[in-house]
Design a protein around this ligand. Structure first.
Ligand SMILES: NC(=O)c1ccc[n+]([C@@H]2O[C@H](COP(=O)([O-])OP(=O)(O)OC[C@H]3O[C@@H](n4cnc5c(N)ncnc54)[C@H](OP(=O)(O)O)[C@@H]3O)[C@@H](O)[C@H]2O)c1
Length: 210
């Protein structure tokens, strides 16, 4: 699958590398692909890079992995999404990483949905640290990856990509569940940074008897 990655930092860069290794065709969407920094970044990841709009127009799926406060502007800069799936990995974190910016009770993903009416948005890849994205299986257990969205086919395709990446996808429901995913990200950050668990732990799902 051709995947455009908008925001190629820790998360976008890690997933660019991993998805390329898995055989996906990855292209970075950069604000200014002509800069030395942008060219070095693409070269080090071994993927193509162009503007966000050109990358998105060439792809079937888009990963949005910018800082939360840049998410709407970056998504708008992608141009018309058509039927492309926008995977929102962002978290609208407050500067001290001690809360979320949820005006009116809307999650970051819901705010993006409001800004881009009709877009096929799936919330995913926001609840684990980027190191886990490189290797989601620890001690023979798969990290869960929570997924939500309003479009059933889009949810299925992102779940398949998550499974391909090595995660256990856990579908939570429509995009209103993204609020809980963003809160879960906050819990992960709290555990990693403030509660001393480091960045190498996972949550795995143990189902009871059917
Ligand atoms: N770090 C994690 O472990 C983790 C895990 C799950 C989710 N998240 C979430 O994922 C998002 C990215 O986190 P990160 O740690 O990868 O951040 P990061 O390393 O700071 O990378 C952010 C990237 O977004 C780019 N960017 C910023 N504004 C942009 C815009 N308007 N258009 C296009 N690109 C833009 C930056 O480019 P420049 O370098 O040119 O500024 C940078 O490449 C955040 O919302 C975060 O909460 C992070």
């Amino acid at each position: 699958m051709k995947i455009a990655i908008v925001g190629a930092g820790h998360v976008g860069g890690t997933l660019a590398r991993r998805w390329s290794q898995l055989g996906h065709d990855v292209v970075l969407g950069q604000r200014d692909p002509s800069t030395e920094k942008a060219r070095t970044q693409a070269a080090s990841l071994g993927v193509a890079a162009t503007t966000s709009e050109a990358a998105v127009q060439s792809a079937q799926m888009v990963l949005l992995a910018t800082p939360g406060d840049a998410a709407i502007a970056a998504a708008r800069a992608c141009g018309p999404l058509g039927d492309r799936i926008l995977v929102d990995a962002t978290n609208p974190l407050k500067p001290q990483l001690d809360g979320l910016d949820h005006p009116g009770g809307l999650s970051g993903a819901q705010q993006i949905a409001q800004a881009l009416p009709g877009a096929r948005i799936v919330k995913a890849f926001n609840t684990v640290g980027f190191g886990i994205m490189a290797q989601p299986i620890r001690d023979s257990r798969k990290s869960v990856l929570f997924i939500s969205g309003d479009d059933a086919e889009a949810n299925q395709r992102v779940s398949a990509l998550a499974a391909d990446t090595g995660f256990e996808p856990v579908y939570l429901g429509d995009l209103s569940a993204s609020r809980m995913q963003e809160e879960h990200a906050l819990l992960w950050i709290h555990m990693a940074i403030k509660a001393g668990y480091g960045q190498d732990f996972i949550f795995s799902l143990c189902r009871g008897p059917a």
